[in-house]
Design a protein around this ligand. Structure first.
Ligand code: ASP
Ligand code: MG
Length: 410
């Protein structure tokens, strides 16, 4: 008994049959005596389709209107699921982000949640209704529709779990049955993890593992929401728990939890920038003001008062970044700009790195053995990332998974 939040991803609601199945599972959960709050994504492929439609009219698209278009996917799936539950004789209520209200800032397509008004949900749950909330959507203070970034339904589920102090937050996936040591589609030997820490999950999510949205994990970590990633098709099996590091057992034996790759990467080099105070600020401020997340930054040793600066941005922001960078480069009197969007980032993640040495050297020698050239390197306490040519992504991930023996059960 308690309040259970269940989030269903796009593949879990990809067809009417699947929606009916979800409705049945939701009802079973309710009949066990729980209050149930469901969060849904758009039906699989729908958001991509809506983005593509918009891009045909305007590229880059008007961000306010893009949110109006993309948020519609979740409106459809939430209505269909509520209808399906009602058709089975149970009371349900669908709510859009603005009806809840999930109030966000006005950073369209990547809005941050400012506060959640949970009264309407509480009232409906109190009346015994199953509440179905459209994921991914919010509303700004002026009443404009916003969206929470790709994969944002995860964030909706986590944020509602925190706001309502839910007893559990279950994230149902149709394509995977938990968090794996690597993408099983890429590495057949990948193994499902029983538990993973927020920190590791956050790194993996930021690094391109699409199982959970990075912002959702960050939010869960901040508010202590324990997550359970579970397979829709096998609702009684355990998936992967995302928990605090302290709650993980046998942690010391685990050096690396996963290898991930991210092809949504591009790099830009500004050559021969005059090397004086304030230069980096001038280059990166316009990018950050446009909401572009710069990841790795490398500045070379300066020669005769000039230096080269290389940085990476999401490939989806590549065009916008080049335009902005060309502008500052001209102002600064830099020589030119070299860019490459055929790159990928391959990363190793594990809390064991905090206390063990030798991970980096093993990673580099593994890549060297495969003849893969490393273009950039960055590290954090629990992560090492290498930028490589995109064509080597799969080879690099498999070789590293192998070298760190991640497929074997400990
Ligand atoms: N439908 C949105 C997307 O595809 C949000 C989500 O699925 O969580 O990114
Ligand atoms: Mg999704």
């Amino acid at each position: 008994m308690g309040l259970i939040v269940q989030k269903y991803g796009g593949t879990s609601v990809a067809s009417l049959d699947k929606i009916k199945w979800v409705a049945g599972h939701v009802i079973r959960t309710k009949e066990k005596g729980n209050d149930v709050l469901v969060v849904v994504s758009a039906m699989a492929g729908e958001t991509d389709k809506l983005v593509k439609l918009s891009l045909q009219l305007m590229d880059p698209p008007d961000e306010r209107e893009l949110d109006v278009v993309t948020s519609s996917g979740e409106q459809v799936s939430s209505g269909l699921l509520a209808m399906s539950i009602k058709a089975l004789g149970h009371d349900a209520l669908s709510l859009q982000g603005h009806q809840v209200r999930i109030v966000t800032d006005n950073a369209h397509s990547k809005a941050k949640i400012v506060r959640i008004d949970a009264e309407r949900i509480k009232k409906a749950l109190g009346k015994g209704k199953i509440v179905v909330v459209a994921g991914f959507q919010g509303v700004d203070e002026e009443g404009n529709v916003t969206t929470l970034g790709r994969g944002g339904s995860d964030l909706t589920a986590v944020a509602l779990s925190a706001a309502l102090n839910a007893d559990s937050c279950e994230l149902y996936k149709d394509d995977v049955d938990g968090i794996y040591t690597s993408d099983p589609g890429l590495v057949p030997a990948a193994r499902k993890l029983d538990k993973i820490s927020y920190e590791e999950m956050l790194e993996l999510a930021s690094l391109g593992s699409k199982v959970l949205q990075a912002r959702a994990v960050e939010f869960a970590m901040k508010f202590g929401v324990t997550l359970h990633v579970r397979p829709t098709t096998k609702p009684d099996t355990e998936g992967t728990w995302v928990v605090e590091e302290e709650k993980m057992t046998q942690l010391e034996n685990i050096l690396i939890s996963g290898v991930s790759s991210d092809k949504n990467q591009a790099k830009i080099t500004i050559t021969q920038v005059p090397d004086s105070p304030g230069i980096a600020a001038k280059i990166f401020t316009p990018l950050s003001e446009s909401g572009i997340i710069v990841d790795m930054i490398v500045q070379n040793v300066s020669i005769e008062g000039h230096t080269d600066i290389t940085f990476t941005v999401p490939r989806t922001d590549f065009k916008k970044s080049i335009i902005l960078t060309e502008k500052v480069a001209k102002q600064l009197g830099a020589k030119n700009i070299i860019s490459d969007d055929k790159i990928a980032k391959v990363s190793l993640v594990g809390v064991g790195m905090k206390t063990h040495s030798g991970v980096a050297s093993r990673m580099f020698s593994t890549l060297a053995k495969e003849g893969i050239n490393i273009l950039m390197i960055s590290t954090s306490e629990i992560k090492i990332s290498c930028v490589v040519e995109e064509k080597y992504t799969e080879l690099a991930v498999r070789a590293l998974h192998d070298a760190f023996e991640l497929g074997e059960t400990k």
